[in-house]
Design a protein around this ligand. Sequence first.
Ligand code: PEP
Ligand code: MG
Length: 570
Amino acid sequence: MIKKGISVSSGLGLAKAYKYLESKADVSPLLVYDSKNQLTKLNEALNKAEVEILEAKKIAKDIMSDDEAHIFDAHLAILRDPYFLKEVVDLIEIGHYASYSYKVVTDKYIKELRKVEDEYLMERSVDINDVYKKVMYFLNARSRNPIILTEPSVLVVEDLTPSDTIGLEFKYVSAIVSERGGKTSHAAIIARTLGIPSVTGIRINSIENGDLLLVDGRYGTVSINPTEDELVEYSYFMDRIQSKEERLEKYKKEHTATLDGHKIKLGVNISHHDEMEHIKFAEGVGLFRTEFLFMSSKDIPSLEAQVKSYEAVLSANKDELQVIRTLDVGGDKGLTYISVKKEDNPFLGQRAIRLSLANKQLFITQLKALLLANKWGNLAIMLPMISTLEEVLEAKELLENVKKTLIKQGHDIKPYQLGIMVEVPIVALALEDIITEIDFVSIGSNDLIQYLFAADRMNEEVAYLYQPHHPALLKLIKKVVEVSHKYNKWVGVCGEMAGTKESALVLLGLGVDELSMGYNSILEIRELIAHTKYEEAKEFVEELFKLRSNDEVLKRIAQKLQEIENRIIK
Ligand code: PEP
Ligand code: MG
């Protein structure tokens, strides 16, 4: 049986299914064996809710009146009401889930209060409901066990969060099949970076644990218990991959240049400092996503731990610039140890630089670690998700202060570059006012496209709006390149599009100076560029500007790529 989904990462994978289902809190009246565990869950949820209420109270006190702040005293009283909690605990002790028990008792209290014709008591039911929502949020917080693989498997998941991937033994992941998640979700990026075939948008209830799965990341299909013919096609494809790898061998030693000698850098995107293998064939690191260091530790990584991590990357290749991005959490990447309010639209919320500027001590420690680690290399600091000039100025001032303090303490601070990511559309439009404050820009096309098209990059229902070939986007990138070059600043692209042949060709023609991508795309993009003239790519882009849609552009690119590929295999 073949199922059709959305292609996330190309390649073919064949292995048995390992189905990973997250455990969710249950509000059904089922009985559980482990009441103790449920009591612990309840206590943890109550403690977390208490922290949140206390914080809300403090904010209310600071910016509103004492009266407003007292509402939260009422919430605290409800949260710790001994009679209420005794009823919840009684239900848990006879074997019910904590979430179910909490819901039953809350419903009972609210029902009783609503019966009384007293405005004050009616209002208390609103408070109880508020507290209920908070506690249930923490009770329902998805408790995910680690994914443990011991043999090559196709990982079958509802969705894969970046934190699920921490500690995952990727060498055993032959492919990933998921029900939810867009093309540029961070789990998808990790799959692509590691060259793991991946398909999303597949209803996973049709797959049983242990089914043999043939995952075709090129067309987004999953064959469950494939036929003989499909298996023959699979081995034919694997042979072709083998011969392509042999052909690409020579590009490991070359720098990237077009047929007519125009140079462009191919950087690598990494998520962890131990990816040295991945740095080897790149012309520098174009994007080090430092948040994975933060996400894999239980608390803010110490200054020493950060210096060690950045040093490992900076010293890997002292001749090349290594672009290290400051913390980009929020959106689909959370940190358990920083209290961030639950947001309705986390991708539009306190993410990336916004969170760093709101947590200055954390940001300052990271900046300090970066400047100290630069002793071993050639550092470029990159600020994610910048929206305004003021954010750049504030970050710059903090960086200057950190630098001065370190110099005062006797450290020798080497020169470094400071750049921003162009991900928020307004920055692309207002770049002329920001560019003089920085040394470079790197276009984060994953987010730039998400925000230009107003289409959540995690949502497969709107995945069709991920349109990296849209002529208007290409014109916007051209504008970013022109403004940057006018002020002699370099421009990179480090979103996923940079590592596809289709976009690499176009970005070359748009005059971009650096493309940064998953390591397994580097050699084939270098080969493509080596068979293209710069003038030819520039003229080609002018032709694309006359077209009107992503599809029209993509069709034309496919013809052009065929022409270039004929030169390659001639
Ligand atoms: C981007 O948005 O294109 C980018 C490179 O950053 P991230 O994917 O980590 O958000
Ligand atoms: Mg981004």
